[in-house]
Design a protein around this ligand. Sequence first.
Ligand code: MG
Length: 383
Amino acid sequence: MGQKHNNNRRDFLKTAGLIAGSAFLSTGTKGCAKTNNRRGFSVGKTMNLKFTPYELQLKHAFTLASGSRTTTPVMLTEIEYDGVIGYGEASMPPYLGESHETVRKFLSKVELNRFKDPFLTEDILDYINAIAPGNYAAKASIDIALHDLLGKLMEEPWYRIWGFNPDDTPDTSFTIGIDKPDVVKEKTLEAAPYSILKVKMGRDNDREMINSVRSVTNKSLCVDVNQGWKDRGEALEMIHWLKEKGIVFVEQPMPKSMVEDIAWLTQNSPLPIIADEALQTVDDIKNVFGVYSGVNIKLMKCGGMRAARQMALAAKGLGMKVMFGCMTETSCAVTAAAQLSPMADWADLDGNLLITNDVFDGLKIVEGRIVLPDRPGIGVLEK
Ligand code: MG
């Protein structure tokens, strides 16, 4: 939990010098004129990290090719600096290997008090990355809270800081999990506010899933196979059938290890093939280039907003399609990802819509499209 740390003498002298040197610029933390680009916040204070485990309750049991569940553990983080609080979140779906325990262990090692200026983002996040390998959700929870804090100190939302037009946000897809035809039809009808649906496939009822959805809607559909298909010939045949059914793209059709088969499938497929499980961080972009048509970038996979933006820029530079996705998350992490969404071809930012106990207000979906909150930082408010 958040700890106040006493400065040693050297830090105190350094801090005192910084405060004295900038005293004429800064008199308080809030309420400064918008034209003052120093915003009046003080350098030299301590960042305090706090984290709280939380359990998300899913509206429907979530069934993928790999299994089924009704809850998702998350860790809610806060970084406080000079009275301003940045919010972050780690979401830990079990198949990624992180848990309340691993995230707690990681966050307990974080010593933000070694940094006296929260704007040293590169230094701070490089330090976080170096604490231990992996732990991407834990790292994302720090990255998101730090971005939220900085945006609040600058009094601007991140889409503005990055220069994105909020009118360029895409529609978000809404996920329909694998289930029996009646339940699938009911979920499809419940998804009336959304203009594009993502249908989960990869078990033994693929055509039944699509036919059930199609029996009640003519909306755009995409499919996520979650590595469920094992034979590339059968996969290609299915993709041709899906094209006739009006599907827009196919996500992770085969196991990520079947690289050559997937490259062949992408070359021959009439629909774009998107990598999800096949990539994690920016280092993986070079591995999926030439194998897939595009990438599904998620903050919990790559470690946060900084890494997600790096990945999107790298993928776009190579001519690949970019999509931002999420896990089941509160509006905190989903709205953080949405700040990047104006640069995406597609968005699958529905994680907050799949739970019954969200603790934040953030992005809104209006006529299927993502609407970013006009608030500083990542733009969320605690409910
Ligand atoms: Mg996926």
